[in-house]
Design a protein. Structure first.
Length: 246
C-alpha cells in the first residue's frame, strides 16, 4: 500500500485481485459481511484460508510499497456471525518469537494509548464515537500476534465475530505505526458503499472508523528476525459489504 513508516509491511487479502499486504479483515451481519481488520477467515499458518463464510487470499508484495496489508471479506449472501470456525487458534509461543503483552488492567503503555488516541482522532474526524480499549480483545489479539510472529506470516485468524487489522514493521512504536498505516488509507475512501472489490484499497481505514464498532484491543509479538507483528481486534466488526463506514 502507500504507507511507508519504517520498514513496515502491509498485506491485503481477499477479492478477485491480490494487493499489497496490510491486514484487515471484513465482517458481516446475517445478510452481509465485510472486512475490516477483522474477518472471519484465515486459518493459522496458511496464506489462503476458507472460513465458515469467509474467503481470503494473501496479497502480493510490490516494490512500490514498503507496507503490506491483509484483508478478507465475506460475500453478501453469507452470514457474518457464525458460531463455528474452520481454523485453530494457537496460543503457544516458540523460541523464535518474543511477546509484548497488552495491558489488561486499564493502565495502557504509551504506545497503546497513542494507538487508541489515533483510532479516536480518525473517528472524530468523520463523526463516529470514540472506541474503548477492551482487555479481552487485547488478550485475543496478543495470542494471535504470538502465533503469526512465530510463523513469520501476516495471516488472518479464523475468528468470525470480530474485526481484525494486521501489521508488520520494524519500528519502536508498532501500535502507533500500525494505526497510522491503516488510517493512511483515508485518502482512498470517499464514503462509498463497500463492495467485494473496492475494500482492498481502504478496508483497514474503514474498520478503524466504522460507525457501529465500539471496542478495540491490540497485541504484538516480535519474530526471530526482529519484525513486530501487530494485531488489532474490533467489536462489533465493521466492513459490511453493501454498507458505508459512517
Amino acid at each position: 500500500m502507500r504507507f511507508t513508516t519504517g520498514l513496515a509491511i502491509a498485506a491485503a487479502l481477499i477479492g478477485a485481485e491480490a494487493r499489497v499486504r496490510h491486514d484487515s479483515r471484513p465482517y458481516g451481519n446475517p445478510n452481509e459481511s465485510g472486512f475490516g481488520g477483522s474477518w472471519p477467515g484465515s486459518g493459522a499458518g496458511s496464506s489462503s484460508v476458507a472460513a465458515t463464510s469467509t474467503h481470503t487470499r494473501t496479497a502480493t508484495h510490490t516494490a512500490a510499497a514498503s507496507t503490506s496489508f491483509v484483508t478478507s471479506v465475506t460475500k453478501a449472501s453469507d452470514s457474518y456471525h457464525s458460531s463455528s470456525s474452520t481454523g485453530t487458534k494457537t496460543s503457544s509461543t516458540t523460541a523464535a518469537a518474543t511477546t509484548s503483552a497488552s495491558s489488561s488492567s486499564g493502565s495502557l503503555t504509551t504506545d497503546e494509548q497513542n494507538a487508541l488516541d489515533a483510532h479516536n482522532s480518525a473517528r472524530s474526524d468523520v463523526g463516529t464515537s470514540a472506541l474503548v480499549w477492551d482487555a479481552d480483545l487485547a488478550a485475543e489479539a496478543q495470542e494471535w500476534a504470538e502465533t503469526i510472529a512465530s510463523q513469520g506470516s501476516l495471516t488472518h485468524s479464523s475468528t468470525s465475530n470480530e474485526g481484525e487489522n494486521l501489521y508488520m514493521g520494524y519500528d519502536s512504536t508498532p501500535y502507533t505505526s500500525a494505526v497510522a498505516a491503516w488510517v493512511s488509507e483515508k485518502a482512498d475512501y470517499s464514503g462509498e458503499t463497500i463492495s467485494s472489490t473496492n475494500y482492498m484499497t481502504f478496508g483497514h481505514y474503514t474498520q478503524v472508523v466504522w460507525s457501529t464498532t465500539t471496542n478495540v484491543g491490540m497485541g504484538s509479538a516480535t519474530s526471530s528476525d526482529g519484525a513486530t507483528y501487530v494485531v488489532a481486534r474490533y467489536s462489533p466488526p465493521g466492513n459490511y459489504i453493501g454498507e458505508t463506514a459512517y
